[in-house]
Design a protein around this ligand. Structure first.
Ligand SMILES: [Zn+2]
Length: 476
């Protein structure tokens, strides 16, 4: 992969962009402002450096090939709330009646949309693709690495992107290269799969079935069914939730978030416990509608005559904490509820059932290319999971200019470091016996502590190279 010179110090550039954004605000249209900002900030993050990562055998299927691919990346979908991952409720029963291959141990590269979906689109870790320090729809660096859309379009596929998430706009250029785009405008967002599917089907009918384009296709959709505001379909309300909720399921995103935050801030311990139950119940009820929408979309693909030749991928960009850490949100930490996301594959020739494969979002693009019979991308962090799973995964979250979280994990243990100008912290958890991560364990007492420290030390070296004022934790 061609790479340009490394970017200058990120903190200085970030301040420059914010200053520029303030000057531009209110004086230019969004489109003009963005065009200027993207041109000003074009540069390339440092290239990946190899990290020690001994790997196990992959999931197999090295010889299976699919030139029809549908990726459903549901926003804010926790793996542990899906029936396929052992959840106690049948949240996606119809979908789960299909013979999905369930990949255990798939890990998000970060815990909110922009950095995590950018890793999905590029196969690069967060600190390598560089889209990590944007909040509140502010100006961002453009991705300069090849993206999923551009790679598959260049390979001769018809490519379509259908997103309900407002971050998948030209603002972030995550969707570069897709030929057909149906995107939510800024500000806004929130389209669910039932809204996006007709666009997908109309386009597929015109290009893949009726031959107006290449019959090979890649569709990527990012619906918002599980994202706030949580608004279950009417028919699903009351499946688990009680009638007298502590928030309004029909409120707007901002109003519902304020209601929930206020109820938590002012609640007694008993009221907080009830609020947690209410949010979890209503979140789960949104998954029933999502399940029906997936089932309808797959049935329509069958009607079009392409389901039997299509690789369907069901995954998520990140999860959501439901007050495990006293918050109902994402993007603030790298807790397991946020980075353990589903990866389910459905296609002829794939065997139904779980497969143990510790893997990263950076692996998805290489994996899809392998299934498509295309050559691997040079210089990416991910690898096709057909022939190699990982011994550990890593995630990065730059919360703001004052702190970055680094996380390395095996399937049973996690180790987190904080990097900041003012202080450091390190936390290890044995999530096999402590899934809520309530009882920190010294890194030296973790079975794989040495390997996880090695992973974090390599990450920390790269983070502090770009942010010299940061120091990162030493293991406790
Ligand atoms: Zn998201």
């Amino acid at each position: 992969m061609h790479r340009q010179e490394p970017c200058p110090a990120r903190s200085a550039r970030a301040a420059q962009r914010r200053s520029l954004a303030k000057r531009l605000a209110g004086t230019l249209t969004a489109g003009i402002a963005l065009t200027g900002l993207l041109a000003l900030t074009a540069c390339t993050p440092s290239p990946p450096s190899p990290l020690p990562d001994p790997r196990s055998t992959g999931i197999g299927y090295e010889d299976l090939r699919f030139r029809h691919i549908l990726v459903i990346e549901v926003d804010t979908l926790r793996a542990d709330h899906l029936s396929a991952y052992g959840y106690g409720r049948e949240t996606l029963p119809k979908t789960m009646q299909r013979p999905w291959l369930v990949v255990e141990g798939y890990t998000a590269a970060s815990s909110w949309t922009v950095p995590s979906t950018s890793s999905v689109m590029t196969g690069l870790d967060v600190h390598h693709h560089g889209l990590w320090d944007v909040q509140d729809q502010g100006p961002v660096d453009p991705l300069t690495a090849p993206t999923m859309g551009s790679v598959f379009t260049a390979a001769g596929f018809s490519t379509g992107l259908y997103s309900g998430n407002a971050f998948l706009t030209p603002l972030t250029n995550m969707g570069d290269g897709f030929q057909e785009k149906v995107l939510e405008p800024l500000p806004g967002g929130g389209a669910e799969l039932a809204t996006l599917s007709p666009h997908i089907l109309n386009w597929l009918d015109s290009v893949a079935v009726n031959g107006a384009g290449s019959s090979d296709f890649l569709v990527f959709t990012q619906p918002m069914d599980a994202h706030q505001p949580i608004q279950p379909d009417l028919q699903d309300r009351g499946t688990w939730s009680r009638g007298d909720l502590l928030f309004d399921p029909d409120a707007t995103r901002q109003d519902q978030a304020a209601q929930i935050a206020d109820a938590w801030a002012t609640g007694t311990p008993e009221q907080r416990s009830q609020l947690t139950t209410d949010v979890r119940d209503v979140y789960d009820e949104t998954l029933l509608g999502l399940d029906r929408s997936i089932d309808v979309l797959l049935a329509e693909l069958q009607t079009l005559g392409v389901l039997d030749t299509t690789l369907v991928v069901l995954t998520a960009d990140h999860g959501e904490t439901i007050f495990e850490d006293d918050s109902y949100t994402h993007g603030n930490t790298l807790r397991r509820e946020l980075v353990h996301v589903p990866l389910l594959l459905l296609a002829p020739g794939l065997t139904e059932g779980p497969v143990d494969c510790l893997s990263s979002q950076t692996d998805l693009l290489p994996t899809l290319l392998r299934f498509a019979g295309e050559p691997p991308l040079e210089g990416v962090d991910g690898r096709a999971i057909q022939d190699s799973c990982r011994a550990s995964t890593r995630s990065v979250l730059l919360a703001n200019d004052n702190i970055a979280w680094l996380d390395a994990a095996t399937s049973t243990e996690t180790l987190s470091w904080a990097c900041s100008p003012t202080g450091t912290a390190a936390y290890g958890f044995d999530v096999a016996t402590d899934p809520a991560a309530l009882n920190p364990v010294a890194a030296a007492d973790l079975k794989d502590g040495e390997m996880l420290i090695e992973q974090l030390a390599a990450l920390a070296a790269e983070i502090t190279a770009g942010r010299p004022t940061f120091t990162c934790a030493s293991p406790i």
